[in-house]
Write a protein of this length. Structure first.
Length: 228
């Protein structure tokens, strides 16, 4: 089975199991950038709470630039690492304003994926996942953001070689997932990672992609060897 066919089959099983995903709707790039920075090293629940508090308390992102970093940290405390994230968000937005003359990333629309990635990665504190989230969710560019769930599950499914690091996984998945399926595949794998293919205790016995999984087979043979 070729890799793209395998990806289509995996997605079809995920869709049957977890239901239809919300239709693609572009987000504001600055919102996406801030939201993704807040999501680093914490749960969605905590980062979304921090983001909501920030939005309620600030009239605009321009106002954030005039707000003391200590106050920003206080507002985003639910996301954890508040001092680091407050400093990161403020310096990223300050740099965008300096380069663009306003808090707007509309210029990225005109760039190809590599150039847009380079632009975002050149902002201090913006890693491959954050950059890819902005390009996929705000500009609809076909690039796969790789978070901890996607990194783990796609390796188990044999889509990413085990020895690959996160940067290599980004490149590999962006290249092999059919462009029109990246958004759906991204959401589907994350949901699978949260609900079934859990880090320490994957529920292989009830997994919808069990037959397509390399990790499951390995675990099975390893167990058999141990029983000899
Ligand atoms: S079979 Fe197990 S390891 Fe493989 S994808 Fe399913 S839950 Fe994850």
């Amino acid at each position: 089975m070729n890799i793209q066919h395998k990806i289509r089959r995996i997605l079809s099983f995920l869709n049957k199991t977890y239901g239809a995903r919300p239709p693609f709707k572009k987000t504001d790039p600055i919102d996406e950038l801030v939201r993704t920075i807040l999501s680093q090293n914490t749960t969605d629940k905590n980062s979304l709470k921090a983001y909501a508090v920030l939005k309620i308390n600030l009239k605009s992102w321009d106002e954030l630039l005039k707000t003391h970093t200590r106050r920003i940290a206080q507002l985003i405390r639910h996301a954890g690492l508040a001092n680091i994230k407050a400093d990161r968000i403020k310096s990223v937005l300050t740099e965008i304003k300096k380069r663009e003359g306003r808090l707007n990333l509309a210029n990225l629309t005109r760039l190809d994926i590599e150039a847009a990635l380079d632009y975002l990665r050149s902002l201090k504190g913006v890693g491959p996942k954050t950059a890819a989230c902005v390009l996929l969710f705000s500009f609809g560019k076909p690039i796969m953001p790789v978070d901890t769930h996607i990194f783990r599950v796609t390796k188990r499914l044999g889509l990413v070689p085990e020895e690959y690091n996160i940067e290599e996984a980004h490149k590999r998945l962006s290249a092999i997932v059919p462009k029109d399926l990246i958004y759906q595949f991204h959401l589907g794998i994350i949901e699978h990672g949260r609900k079934t293919c859990i880090a320490q205790t994957p529920k292989c016995g009830v997994c919808c992609v069990y037959r397509l999984c390399k990790f499951k087979k390995k675990a099975f043979y390893r167990k058999k060897e141990l029983c000899r």
